[in-house]
Design a protein around this ligand. Structure first.
Ligand code: DGT
Ligand code: CA
Ligand code: CA
Ligand code: ZN
Length: 646
C-alpha cells in the first residue's frame, strides 16, 4: 500500500478517523476498522478517504471471487466519489444526498451510513474477513481468487513478497491443489508481472488528465491549462502526466491541486510546481507559468527530452541559454550575461519561441528528434493529417460477428459522425471464436446493407438527414475482415471476395510461425486482387502481445507495388502499425488507412488515437486512403486487380 503521509494527522483525542485506520491492522483494540467517531469529529472524511474505502471493498470482493460487475461497481463508485465536485461526506452527513454519477442507490446508502455514523458494517465485516492487500496477488497472471485465499489461509501470505518467498522456499506445494509445477508457474507469473512496464495506455492517460483539467479549470486565476509531456506528443503509452497552468495565482492552484480527492500522495509541493500520485493512478507533475510567458514553458515541458537538448544546442550556438523560463543571453565565456548585458527573452506562445531560433512551429507529435528540427529550419515540415480529413472508416464490426451493436446502430452512429462511408467488416468464416460469417450469412448481410442504404438515399433525397450527417450522403459499405489462414490461404473464395465493396485482411491465428511463413501469408493477402487493406499488420497488443515476426521491407514493397493499404488500427490497445513503422511504410510509397476497428458504437471514436499515431508518423492526408471521397475510394478498390496484374 502506498504511504499517505501527506494527510494531516488526526487530532489526537479523536479515535484515528483518518485513512491511517485503513492501513493499520485492527490488532491493538485502539483502532476500529472503518474509522471511529468520524462524522461528529473535527476531521471529517474527505472524498479521497471515502474513495479508498470503496476501492478497498472492491478489492476484498475480488479476492472473495465475487462477480466482476459487483466489484467494478465499487471501484467505479470510488472513482466517482474522488472526483465529486463537492464534499460528499459533509453533504451526506447533513442529509443532503446529492446524486453522484456512477453511484447507485445501494452504495449511496453506504456513503450515508459512513457519513452519519462514522462506520460501515459491510466494510468492517469484509476487513475482518480478508486483508485487502491480497488483491495484489490477483494481478499475477494465472492466479485467481481461489489460490489467493488458499495461500492466505494456509500460510498467512498477504503480499507479493510473501508469496515469492514462500514459493522460492517450496512452501506452496504443501497446500491442497498446489503442485511443484503450479508453484513454478506462480513464480514465473510474478516475474512476468514485475517486468511489465508500468506505463498507461494513451486513452486512460487522456481520461485521467482531462478529468484533472476539469477539476482545476474553475480555480480562480487559472487562465489556461495545457496537458504537456508525452501525452501532448501523443505517445502510445504515458509514464506520468504533466500539466502546465498559466495563472497569476500559483499558490492557490497548487493548494487546490494537492488537495484534490483523486490525489493519494503529495510527493512534493513548492511555489511553482507540485508532484502528486493519484489514487490508483500515475504520478502527475503540475507546473505553473506566469501569464504571457508560456512559450518556452510549453516547449520545455512538452519535450521530448531529446528534442529539447537539440533546441538548447541551437540556442547556445546563437548565444542564448534556453530553459523553461526563457532565453537568457550568454556572454563571451558562455556564462549568463550580468549587469547591463543581462537579458531574458520570453514569448507568449510556442510559435514565437521557435521563431526566435528561426524555426517554424513544430507540432508536438513530431518532437522526438527524428529530423523535425532540420525540417522546421528548411521549411519542409509535413502538413499533418487531422481527424477532420477522414471521410470514412474502413474497419468496423457489428453483432453479426463479435461486435456488440447491430448493423443499423453502428451505421447510424458513423453517419452522425459526418462520414461519407463506413465499411462493415465482420469476421470471415474460419474465425469461429469471433463468430465469423459463413458465405450464406454474407449474402444475407449484403441485402440488409442494401436496404439500409436505400433508406439513407431516400432521406437524403427528402432532405431529412440527421444532425451531423454528411450533406453529400452516407453509405454503409459491405466488407469483411478476411482471415489469412494458417496455411496462407484466404478464408473466402475469389468469387465471393469479388462481391465485397472493400476487403480488410488479417492474420489472427498461427502467430508463432517462422518469419518466412508469416511473411508469405501476409504477402498472399497483399497480392490478392480482392484484398484492399491489411488490418493491424504487426498483430501486436501494447504491453501484452509482441509483433508478428515479419520481413517488413518485403511487406512494404509489395503493399506499395499493389496499392494495398496498411492500417493504423486506432484501438488504444493496438495502435498498429506503430508510428515509426508507419513512417517507414509511407517512405516506401505505401498508402495507409486509419481505422477504428470498432466493436461497439463508442469505439468508432478510436480513430482519434489512430490519427495521433499517423501524425507521429509524419503522415499527410494524401497518404491516407480513407481521407479520399467515396467515389475515389471505390474506384481505387475497382482498380486493384489491374494493379496486381501490374
Ligand atoms: P513519460 O512521462 O515517460 O511518458 O515522458 P515525458 O516526455 O512526459 O517525460 P517527463 O514527464 O519526464 O518530462 C516531461 C517533459 O519535460 C519532457 O518531455 C521533457 C521535459 N523535461 C524537462 N526537464 C527534464 C529533465 O530533467 N529530464 C527529462 N527527462 N525531461 C525533462
Ligand atoms: Ca510525462
Ligand atoms: Ca513528468
Ligand atoms: Zn477487426
Amino acid at each position: 500500500m502506498p504511504s499517505r503521509q501527506d494527510r494531516p494527522a488526526p487530532p489526537t483525542r479523536e479515535p484515528a478517523p483518518d485513512d491511517a485506520t485503513l492501513d493499520a491492522p485492527p490488532a491493538d483494540g485502539e483502532h476500529v476498522a472503518g474509522g471511529g467517531d468520524v462524522a461528529s469529529g473535527a476531521h471529517p472524511l474527505t472524498n479521497g478517504d471515502l474513495a479508498r474505502i470503496f476501492h478497498e471493498i472492491g478489492d476484498i470482493l475480488e479476492v472473495k471471487g465475487e462477480l466482476v460487475f459487483k466489484t467494478v461497481a465499487y471501484h467505479r463508485a470510488a472513482d466517482a466519489i474522488a472526483r465529486a465536485p463537492f464534499d460528499v461526506a459533509e453533504a451526506y452527513g447533513a442529509g443532503d444526498r446529492r446524486p453522484i454519477p456512477g453511484v447507485g442507490q445501494a452504495i449511496a446508502d453506504k456513503i450515508a451510513e459512513l457519513a452519519t455514523t462514522g462506520r460501515m458494517a459491510l466494510h468492517e465485516r469484509l476487513r475482518a474477513e480478508i486483508p485487502a492487500s491480497l488483491v495484489d496477488l490477483l494481478r499475477i497472471p494465472g492466479v485467481g481468487p481461489r489460490t489467493v485465499r488458499l495461500v492466505w489461509e494456509g500460510l498467512g501470505i498477504e503480499s507479493l513478497d510473501d508469496l515469492r518467498r514462500a514459493a522460492e522456499a517450496g512452501h506452496l506445494r504443501g497446500l491442497k491443489g498446489i503442485s511443484a509445477g503450479t508453484e513454478q508457474r506462480i513464480l514465473d507469473g510474478i516475474v512476468q508481472l514485475e517486468s511489465r512496464p508500468q506505463r498507461l495506455l494513451l486513452d486512460r492517460a487522456q481520461a485521467l488528465s482531462d478529468d484533472l483539467v476539469t477539476q482545476l479549470a474553475g480555480v480562480e486565476g487559472v487562465r489556461r491549462i495545457v496537458q504537456a509531456g508525452s501525452l501532448r506528443r501523443r505517445r502510445e503509452t504515458i509514464g506520468d502526466l504533466d500539466l502546465l497552468v498559466e495563472t497569476d495565482a500559483p499558490e492557490a492552484v497548487i493548494e487546490r491541486f494537492t488537495r484534490l480527492g483523486v490525489v493519494d500522495q503529495v510527493i512534493g509541493a513548492g511555489k511553482a510546481k507540485a508532484s502528486v500520485r493519484l489514487l490508483r493512478g500515475p504520478q502527475v507533475d503540475l507546473m505553473v507559468m506566469p501569464p504571457g510567458e508560456a512559450g518556452t514553458y510549453l516547449v520545455h515541458f512538452t519535450g521530448s527530452a531529446d528534442h529539447n537538448v537539440a533546441l538548447r544546442g541551437i540556442a547556445r550556438d546563437r548565444g542564448w541559454s534556453l530553459s523553461e523560463k526563457g532565453f537568457l543571453r550568454l556572454d563571451g565565456d558562455g556564462q549568463p550575461a550580468t549587469g547591463g548585458e543581462a537579458e531574458l527573452r520570453t514569448f507568449p506562445d510556442e510559435a514565437a519561441a521557435y521563431g526566435f531560433l528561426d524555426l517554424a512551429f513544430i507540432e508536438p507529435e513530431l518532437r522526438e528528434h527524428r529530423g523535425e528540427i532540420e525540417a522546421a529550419r528548411d521549411g519542409r515540415l509535413p502538413s499533418l493529417v487531422t481527424r477532420a480529413d477522414l471521410r470514412g472508416d474502413l474497419h468496423t464490426h457489428s453483432d453479426w460477428s463479435d461486435g456488440v451493436h447491430s448493423i443499423e446502430v453502428m451505421a447510424e452512429t458513423g453517419r452522425r459522425l459526418g462520414y461519407a462511408y463506413q465499411v462493415l467488416t465482420d469476421h470471415s468464416q474460419s474465425l469461429a471464436i469471433a463468430h465469423g460469417l459463413e458465405p450464406a450469412r454474407v449474402e444475407l448481410q449484403r441485402s440488409i446493407i442494401a436496404a439500409l442504404n436505400a433508406r439513407f438515399a431516400a432521406e437524403e433525397a427528402a432532405g431529412t438527414i440527421p444532425d451531423g450527417a454528411h450533406p453529400g450522403g452516407f453509405r454503409l459499405l459491405h466488407g469483411c475482415e478476411l482471415e489469412v489462414r494458417a496455411d496462407g490461404r484466404l478464408d473466402y473464395a475469389d468469387d465471393l471476395l469479388a462481391r465485397f465493396d472493400l476487403v480488410v485482411a488479417s492474420v489472427h491465428v498461427a502467430r508463432r510461425q517462422t518469419r518466412a511463413e508469416l511473411t508469405r501469408r501476409t504477402l498472399n493477402a497483399i497480392r490478392s486482387p480482392h484484398v484492399d487493406v491489411i488490418a493491424h499488420p504487426a498483430g501486436r497488443m501494447i504491453q501484452s502481445r509482441d509483433d508478428l515476426d515479419l520481413d517488413w521491407d518485403a511487406v512494404f514493397e509489395a503493399a506499395a507495388a499493389t496499392g494495398t493499404a496498411l492500417e493504423i488500427n486506432g484501438s488504444p490497445h493496438r495502435l498498429d502499425l506503430a508510428a515509426e513503422r508507419a513512417r517507414r511504410a509511407v517512405g516506401g510509397g505505401c498508402l495507409l488507412s486509419i481505422d477504428s476497428d470498432a466493436h461497439r458504437t463508442s469505439e468508432l471514436e478510436y480513430v482519434r488515437w489512430g490519427v495521433d499515431q499517423a501524425r507521429r508518423a509524419w503522415v499527410e492526408p494524401r497518404n491516407v486512403l480513407n481521407a479520399r471521397g467515396r467515389d475515389e475510394l471505390l474506384a481505387w478498390v475497382a482498380a486493384k486487380p489491374a494493379r496486381v496484374r501490374g
